[in-house]
Design a protein around this ligand. Structure first.
Ligand SMILES: [Fe+2]
Ligand SMILES: [Fe+2]
Length: 287
């Protein structure tokens, strides 16, 4: 750490503990002096710790300048080690997404009834747990999960109007069951009402009800998280929940089968995308 900052170490929280845990390396851009070394030693004696003084070449890099560049979106390459830059960028990204999520939540509260809003938050939690097992962008997963049902509280006529507005081709089955459109319409709402212009998020929302063949892992996570979220209590959900963390692919197939059973028992037509989804799952599972 810098010499100036080291002189103010008394203001740190649990400073004695820090001294116990670490040895300080003190650097200074100015020339070393006897007085400086004396002051460093005094601090060490005060806190019963150790510090070494390191002579460093005088490089004109200041943390204030680096912070300023980050805030202005300017490059900080060569001003910090690459690993540190990666870490800062990751943290900045997470902070941006957190702010975005906060805004989405405020808007969703106005669009959804309480039960549906709670469901969306539960899907978010389930999606994070599932997503941890895969190489996916967890921050994006959060957004897709939170928004997956953003069109769920629209009436049938509203869904049909919005489908027309966004140029969604409404098929025969969606005409009879317009609620199936809450996926496609939700995808467009996420883009145009929430400003999330991202293909993964768009497709995950679009196909979360029907599924489709060639689903990406990202889409599958949202599909399954919707099924196993804690507020779900249909018959067999516990088994799928357990399976989701043991055998992800099998859990997807179980979820798809469960949807089909539900649709068949109610004598409703099956959406062709769901059939294609199931066949694809069976083929890739080699069953
Ligand atoms: Fe849904
Ligand atoms: Fe849902």
């Amino acid at each position: 750490m810098g010499y100036d900052a080291f002189l103010e170490i008394d203001s740190w929280k649990n400073v004695k503990e820090v001294f116990k845990m670490a040895q300080f390396v003190v650097v200074n851009r100015n020339v070393e002096s006897r007085e400086m070394l004396k002051l460093i030693e005094e601090k060490c004696n005060k806190f019963d710790g150790e510090a070494i003084y390191l002579k460093v070449p005088n490089i004109e890099i200041s943390s204030t300048e680096i912070r300023k560049r980050i805030n202005e979106g300017k490059s900080i390459k060569y001003l910090l080690p690459d690993k540190v830059i990666d870490y800062i960028q990751k943290m900045t990204y997470i902070e941006e997404i957190d702010n975005m999520i906060h805004k989405i939540e405020q808007k969703l509260k106005e669009m959804l009834d309480e039960k549906r809003y709670i469901h969306s938050k539960n899907v978010l939690k389930a999606a994070i747990e599932l997503g941890k097992n895969f190489n996916v962008d967890l921050e994006k997963i959060k957004i897709a999960a939170l928004l997956h049902d953003c069109a769920k509280n629209l009436r049938d006529d509203e869904l049909l109007i919005k489908a027309y507005k966004y140029g969604i081709i409404v098929d025969e089955i969606q005409k009879i069951q317009p609620f199936l459109l809450h996926g496609p319409v939700g995808a467009y709402l996420s883009k145009f009402e929430f400003g999330i212009d991202d293909e993964d998020v768009f497709n995950a929302i679009y196909y979360h009800t029907t599924g489709r063949k060639d689903m990406t892992t990202f889409e599958e996570i949202i599909y399954l998280a919707d099924f196993i979220s804690i507020d779900r209590n249909f018959e067999g959900v516990e088994e799928i929940r357990k399976k989701a963390f043991e055998n992800f692919e099998e859990a997807l197939l179980m979820s798809c089968n469960s949807t089909l059973t539900y649709v068949i028992n109610r004598n409703l037509p099956i959406h062709p995308l769901t059939i294609e989804f199931r066949n694809w799952l069976l083929m890739k599972g080699g069953k």
